[in-house]
Design a protein around this ligand. Sequence first.
Ligand SMILES: N[C@H](CCC[C@H](N)C(=O)O)C(=O)O
Length: 276
Amino acid sequence: MKLKFSKMHGLGNDFVVIDGVRQTVTLSPERIRELGDRHFGIGFDQLLLVEAPRDADNDFRYRIFNNDGGEVEQCGNGARCFARFVTEQRLTNKPAIRVETARGVIVPQLEADGSVKVDMGVPRLAPAEVPFVADAEAVSYPLEAAGGTWQISVVSMGNPHAVQVVDDVDAAPVGAVGAAIESHPRFPERVNAGFMQVVARDEIRLRVFERGAGETLACGTGACAAVVAGIRRGLLDETVKVHTRGGDLSISWAGPGQPVYMTGPAVTVFSGEVEF
Ligand SMILES: N[C@H](CCC[C@H](N)C(=O)O)C(=O)O
């Protein structure tokens, strides 16, 4: 069966986005992996599926599948592309869109300058909510991995993140240490591993080894988690510019119990059809 899709990216974190409202879509992990292959398929970090909401108070449901075929709870760069997609496809004309995800509702909003601002919801910091195996909640935890001990902060943006501070992201062992943290047994659902360099109290550089996708050029929820971790460590102020390899995001967090706001671009590269 042929399905229409759009190929999009948020700062080089790239997606195939599919309208599951007007099309009937059945996905298997195997087919997602085939289509995610950058040589034999279309190629993407994540596949995003747009569905009708389960709760009539909301506008859409949003499902996210990593390149490895696994379904996950949240995607920040994807949320911005989602908003651009449903607007371009005339599935809505609302500027602010209520979107159900596996772990709560997010509200992306198209801004006049073409960027997209997203209320990413309230970060969860208790280990059990990440989930992360620990005796008690702390600002950071020592974690043994890849032959070293890394001081990580754990944050859930709906999806799990383990963030550490490094002197220079360009020299950080993202591949080896990121892979070891991603599959560390203290993260029962695996984890996205972030490496953050603090440039100033309102500026960081960030690389993320993503769960189920490897290092990506940018990670929206990773940027949110890194700013939350940096503020909790007393290193950052409320609004932070996050430099990723694919470009810049603006992240704001007013503190515990408050939502994280993320602002950045969303680009449609092309549309196409594919056998699913
Ligand atoms: N790899 C992530 C999902 C995509 C997140 C990322 N692309 C973003 O922009 O937040 C996970 O397994 O939780």
